[in-house]
Design a protein around this ligand. Structure first.
Ligand code: DGJ
Length: 691
């Protein structure tokens, strides 16, 4: 809301205020991002002697818009080049428009035909503020947009600012690291065409002293599934700005006359109360304002990939379906290898018709069998890809990204289709629509197994746009399929967790977290994932022991208990599981179903006691504790596990033992877990708050 004639506005959320002002040079400045301020308090920001609102030449001003000054030597989130070569922007403030809860600042260039709109949006009940940028070329000559970050967030002065980020690799996604921020610019991002396994578009800043349960945290996440960058800049005086946007160096966007460029959402969140409170606020935001079906709990699925890989018949799938149904699975997903000549990874991608040897009568009999078992039916696709050994590639070798006179680098014997081309996007949509219309498919696992290389589009006058249009067209296809097949649910996968972000989550129902299903490795992957994304979307399979990737042998209960912290699924070869493991698996699936609403929709709190780590999920009267301990030394018994967020005056019944505990004792002294002293001990504890 604007504060009288001062050109100062506050965006208030339930617990925070973000205060911006337009200064005498028409620059939009971030003055405050933190606890709620009254209008009078917000106005007093203008009187601060050290106010960033008083730009001093030679001192790095703190920008919110990130543009509009010839004296900007720091990071600049908005950079354009006009057709005559001019680069500097001179923006003039036109107006601030408040509409439907949005606050939009409109600027126009002093000379050139460019309009810049920065839009803030907040949602009732959430402390997340969404920011986007829209650039409109109001002239006729094209403008080159070199960089258009969605938001530049100004973090208040901190003594020793620290950065939390999620880095990783295939099989080791979302590894959480916290490091002191160095002076200068720290840039993370992806140039791969996808969100990437290597970095996730989320960061958090704290004063170096926040813990899971205390301290202020400022975080931001970018809702985009193509290339991206987040720049964290610590200026010479220690101030920190965080800028997030799509695209990567050195690609640029050509904005033709009359065209508008809309950036994806960069969401910002300030929280008090430590990292767990920040994570929980992101989860609430995802559930309330991002996911398409937020109130649904995800079914326990069975996925056949690790069991069969490429070597199966329809009968093999049916046998697996029988075993999965007996264990209590609710959705059966047939993975790769069902179509075209896809009997290994060398052929068939792009040819989305059932393999005639494996499915002589089409998919109908298998789907009928799966439905007859009481499960929904899901299927794997990788629509953005083609094997050179495929009918599609033979017919359209020009449909892949490529450059003249350059080799076409293959990864896993496949190339990336140029989804930016409208005819290719139309073709892919038509094939998928046909598959979904002709078969009773309830669920699609949409995979994307390799990054872009030689990302060219010969003949197109603006080939850089492929980096943006690929993702836009992917989103458009997903949106269209969902609109036309309203009961369809979708999983985003990219060789595991290579496409996990709030952009894809807007149009999918869950994600495949990692190809690494080793329960021990999964603990760190899931902890990192949970910094931003809720358990409700975190696919977690129980697979065989020893694990096919790591060869680690881990007991069944431990594998289940780790997977039960997310969307529980089974992905092992049930044909070789012992009857005992099948029966125990069925018990654990039943346990999970009892606590599933709390896990998937409740509040997550990380737990630790000695060598024991775990998570607590709370919803209504239900508290679920999942704990695991890899190993302990003989003389160091597990300490009691302190629970968080309970009502100290309430009593809680342990549904395993019937024992009743006082909330105060659970919080101050802890719960005796009674874990087996052997390695890989684990447990699920269900507590019910008594009336
Ligand atoms: C990569 C995925 O992450 C796996 O789960 C599996 O679907 C394979 N692709 C199939 O090729």
């Amino acid at each position: 809301m604007p504060a009288h004639d001062s050109r100062l506005w506050t965006i208030d959320t339930p617990n925070t205020s973000y205060v911006v002002a337009v200064d005498e040079h028409d620059r939009l400045r971030g003055l405050h991002w933190g606890p709620r301020l009254s209008p009078e308090q917000a106005l007093a920001l203008l009187d601060l002697p050290d106010s960033p609102f008083r730009p001093v030449v030679g001192r790095e001003p703190r920008f919110d818009l990130g543009a509009g000054s010839a004296f900007q030597y720091g990071h600049n989130g908005l950079q354009v080049r006009f057709s005559d070569g001019t680069r500097d922007l001179e923006l003039v403030f036109a107006e601030a428009v408040e509409e439907d809860g949005d606050l939009t600042f409109v600027f126009t260039d002093r000379h050139y035909p460019l309009e810049v709109r920065t839009r803030y949006r907040s949602h009732p009940g959430s402390d997340v503020i969404e920011r986007t940028l829209a650039l409109r070329n109001t002239g006729t000559e094209p403008i080159e947009v070199v960089r258009a970050d969605s938001a530049t967030w100004v973090v208040p002065g901190l003594d020793a600012p620290r950065l939390s980020q999620l880095h990783g690799e295939w099989g080791a996604e979302t590894q959480l690291t916290r490091t002191t921020i160095p002076y200068g610019e720290t840039v993370i991002g992806s140039r791969r065409g996808i969100t990437s396994h290597q970095a996730n578009p989320w960061v958090a800043i704290d004063d170096g002293e926040a813990t899971e349960t205390s301290g202020p945290v400022w975080s931001t996440a970018l809702a985009w599934s193509g290339t991206w960058r987040i720049t964290v800049e610590k200026g010479p005086t220690g101030s920190v700005v965080v800028s997030a946007g799509f695209g990567h160096d050195p690609i640029a966007i050509r904005l033709g006359g009359g065209e508008t460029l809309e950036t994806p959402i960069a969401a910002g969140l300030h929280t008090a109360g430590g990292f767990a409170a920040a994570a929980s606020a992101w989860h609430d935001y995802a559930l309330a304002h991002v996911l398409p079906h937020p109130d649904e709990v995800r079914p326990v699925l069975y996925n056949s990939w690790e069991a069969t890989e490429f070597d199966f018949t329809a009968e093999d799938q049916m046998r697996l379906a029988d075993r999965a149904a007996a264990m209590g699975c609710e959705l059966f997903v047939m993975d790769d290898g069902w179509f075209g000549a896809r009997v290994n990874d060398r052929a068939g991608l792009g040819d989305w018709t059932p393999n005639p040897d494996r499915f002589p009568d089409g998919l109908g009999p298998l789907i009928k069998h799966v439905h007859g078992c009481g499960m929904r039916f899901g299927i794997w696709v990788e629509p953005e890809m083609v094997n050179p050994d495929s009918d599609l590639y033979r017919a359209h070798p020009d449909w892949v990204y490529h450059q003249p006179n350059r080799r076409r680098s293959e990864v896993r014997q496949q190339l990336v289709l140029n989804l930016a081309r409208p005819d290719v996007a139309e073709f892919i949509h038509a094939r998928l629509d046909e598959l979904l219309s002709q078969n009773e498919i309830d669920f699609v696992k949409w995979d994307m197994n390799r990054p872009f290389t030689e990302a060219g589009w010969p003949g197109d006058e603006d080939p850089d746009r492929l980096w943006f249009d690929h993702t836009r067209n992917l989103y458009a296809i997903l949106d269209r399929l969902r609109a036309d097949h309203p009961t369809l649910r979708i999983e985003s996968c990219s060789s595991g967790g290579g496409r996990v972000d709030f952009g894809i989550l807007r149009r999918t129902d869950q994600v495949w977290t990692s190809d690494n299903t080793d329960a021990v490795d999964r603990i760190a992957i899931q902890d990192g994932f949970a910094q931003a994304y809720p358990a409700r979307v975190m696919g977690a399979w129980v697979t065989d022991s020893p694990n096919p990737l790591t060869r680690r042998e881990v007991p069944l209960d431990f594998r289940f208990h780790v997977a039960m912290a997310g969307v529980l699924a089974v992905g092992g070869d049930l044909r070789i599981w012992s009857d005992e493991d099948q029966a125990r698996g069925a018990e654990l699936v039943a346990d999970y179903k009892r606590v599933r609403p709390a896990v998937q929709l409740g509040r997550r709190r990380p737990l630790r006691a000695g060598e024991v780590t775990g998570v607590q999920y709370d919803r209504g009267d239900q508290t679920v504790v999942l704990v695991w301990r890899k190993a302990r030394s003989f003389a160091y018994p597990d300490p009691l596990l302190k629970l968080h967020g309970l009502d100290p005056d309430a009593r809680y019944r342990d549904e395993r033992t019937g024992r009743v505990h006082h909330g105060a004792i659970l919080a101050l002294h802890g719960l005796d877990l009674g874990l087996d002293p052997a390695d890989y001990a684990s447990a699920m504890i269900e507590l019910t708050r008594l009336p």
